[in-house]
Design a protein around this ligand. Structure first.
Ligand SMILES: [Zn+2]
Length: 228
């Protein structure tokens, strides 16, 4: 833990949920906030990839679905999160990343915490659609070392070439324009209704995600429910 972390020792657990579109910067902010709070970041995407790599029963169930680009069933994700949040390192709280993504998943999450979500921190990160499109469709990736770039906001020194190893950068399938449009549509249909769901149960903190990363993070820190 760095010296700047708040003291969460005996305080009530800090549980944080992010709702935001692909490209809103949730993943990066969730990782930073978890580090700041000294609690685990729970990423369902990472857990699924790990379960598949380890060949667990859950991984075997998820692998063909993910391979086809199909959505992983809500109940499978709920089981995964239930198991993970029951571990001891979550006693002081956690930051969820990529979950819940549907109202059904949010209901599953509420059940595992016996409905007590009123003191959870729910961030709704808003970024205008044209900015999301710019961010996502401009992403480039090095297939050799996995470094990521952006054609305008974080370009490599030589166009299309990785700074680290000179490999030719590619655009991931997920970031192609027509796929991006589908992902944004899926978010609107399946995930955006979560904002209304949580407004009934807890305080939803609206965050303007269309700002530099540091400004967004400063805002998040102000709003996490940490006892001082
Ligand atoms: Zn590279």
């Amino acid at each position: 833990m760095d010296g700047g972390s708040p003291r969460v020792g005996d305080a009530r657990p800090v549980r944080v949920i992010f709702v935001g579109s692909p490209g809103a910067g949730k993943g990066t902010q969730a990782a930073r906030l978890a580090e700041f709070l000294g609690v685990p970041r729970i990423s369902t995407g990472d857990m699924l990839r790990e379960a598949i790599a380890r060949g667990t029963p859950l991984g075997k169930e998820a692998e063909p679905l993910m391979g086809r680009g199909d959505l992983v069933p809500d109940d499978l994700l709920i089981a995964l999160v239930r198991e993970r949040t029951a571990r001891e390192d979550c006693a002081r709280g956690f930051v969820l990343d990529g979950f819940p993504r549907t109202v059904r998943q949010a209901e599953g999450l509420a059940e595992m915490s016996e409905g007590e979500v009123s003191d959870w921190t729910v961030f709704s990160v808003q970024v205008p659609r044209e900015e999301l499109l710019r961010r996502l469709s401009g992403r480039r990736w090095c297939p050799r070392c996995q470094a990521t770039y952006h054609v305008t906001s974080d370009p490599p020194k030589r166009e299309g070439i990785c700074d680290v190893d000179g490999a030719t950068l590619v655009q991931r399938e997920d970031d192609r324009e027509e796929v991006v449009a589908r992902r944004l549509h899926e978010y609107e249909e399946r995930t955006a209704p979560l904002i209304g769901y949580y407004r009934e149960l807890a305080d939803v903190v609206e965050i303007d995600g269309n700002r530099p990363m540091e400004a967004v993070f400063a805002d998040l820190k102000k709003h996490v429910g940490v006892a001082t």
